[in-house]
Design a protein around this ligand. Structure first.
Ligand SMILES: Nc1ncnc2c1ncn2[C@@H]1O[C@H](COP(=O)(O)OP(=O)(O)O)[C@@H](O)[C@H]1O
Ligand SMILES: [Mg+2]
Length: 327
């Protein structure tokens, strides 16, 4: 058993998710009608590991998360979870997979039915999994305790709008954790919350990670948040991995020019802000028409000839992997 535990929980090989988008008009404007949201992504997630997926809006983070949860079907590559390729899961196996993997979405108010009480919200996954009614109360109380909402009787008969965003996000976390999943995808889980309550929710993440040894991928555009929760970070840009390594190494000595820009970015409180916070000028190029060679080259201060003609492969550099011709 112990020997088996050392293999990664999730292994992603050359994963692709290409969306077909608007036809004739894009062609007239010189754009392709394919968005390569995830384009040849390879990484592994060890058991008990919390990995951050970092990058600007539109770089394919949520698409990658949805691929991992099999909410989208990959256009290419393979995703192996606990030894089995998820592409082949159907019927009962797929239902088991759905119970073992959970998504925590950014806006807790979108994630719950506003007409359900908190008790009903938390009972739903238990009912779906066929867990006896008699066990519900204990499991619900344990899940709420885990996310630091003690005194469940204070919340159980209330409705979502009667809770604060931070409290409701903890309820959403409790619902995701109530069946003790093996793997959680948290997609910008605090970006819709007031700055004042973010730390509390992040602390719950850390706590859960430590207490349950949960394997998780934590999606964010904000390095400071990823740093708080994840020992390892994967930097994505236009559907590709640019750098993958220990978070502290990336924070203290980013290697990829894009990671450097992310580290140098001034933190901004609002994820939906329209200006570009990165010190590399304008936003990412239209994903329907990415640059040849290295997709980052038209914003890269270090770009040279080879960057236009050859796509850099992800290569091992010391403690991490980097996709850049400079290394
Ligand atoms: N269902 C879809 N159909 C077409 N394009 C999509 C769809 N979902 C996402 N995209 C596009 O794919 C790219 C990656 O999106 P997404 O994975 O949501 O990025 P992120 O989560 O990093 O902001 C974007 O260009 C986005 O517009
Ligand atoms: Mg997203």
């Amino acid at each position: 058993m112990a020997a088996e535990r050392s293999d990664p929980l999730v292994s992603i090989r050359d994963a692709k998710l290409h969306y077909r988008v608007g036809g004739a008009l894009s062609a007239l404007r010189g754009l392709t009608n394919v968005v390569k949201a995830v384009d040849g992504v390879t990484f592994e997630i060890g058991r008990g590991e919390s990995v951050g997926l970092l990058g600007e809006s539109g770089c394919g983070k949520s698409s990658m998360g949805r691929l991992l949860l099999k909410l989208e079907t990959a256009t290419g590559g393979e995703i192996v979870f606990d030894g089995a390729d998820i592409a082949g899961l159907k019927g009962q196996e797929l239902r088991n997979y759905r119970a073992r993997t959970q998504l925590i979405f950014q806006n807790p108010f979108d994630a719950v039915n506003p007409r359900y009480t908190i008790r009903a919200i938390l009972a739903e996954p238990l009912e779906n999994a066929g867990i006896a009614k008699a066990e519900h109360e204990t499991k619900i109380a344990a899940a709420l305790e885990l996310v630091r909402l003690p005194q469940p009787e204070q919340y159980l008969d209330r409705y979502p709008h009667q809770l604060s965003g931070g409290q409701l996000q903890r309820v959403v976390m409790a619902r995701a954790l109530i069946l003790q999943p093996d793997f959680v995808v948290a997609d910008e889980p605090v970006s819709m919350l007031d700055v004042s309550v973010r730390a509390g929710v992040l602390n719950v993440f850390r706590d859960v990670r430590d207490r349950l040894g949960l394997t998780a991928i934590y999606i964010s555009h904000d390095l400071a948040l990823v740093r708080y929760v994840c020992e390892r970070t994967i930097v994505m840009y236009l559907g590709k991995v640019m750098e993958d390594g220990p978070t502290e190494d990336i924070v203290h000595e980013p290697l990829h020019p894009y990671s450097k820009a992310l580290v140098a970015a001034v933190p901004v409180p609002h994820p939906d802000q329209s200006h570009d916070p990165l010190p590399i000028g304008r936003g990412a190029p239209d994903p329907r028409n990415p640059p040849s060679g290295c997709v980052f080259r038209d914003r890269c201060p270090k770009a040279f000839d080879r960057c236009a003609s050859e796509t850099p492969l992800l290569r091992e550099v010391g403690s991490r992997k980097v996709a850049c011709h400079l290394f």
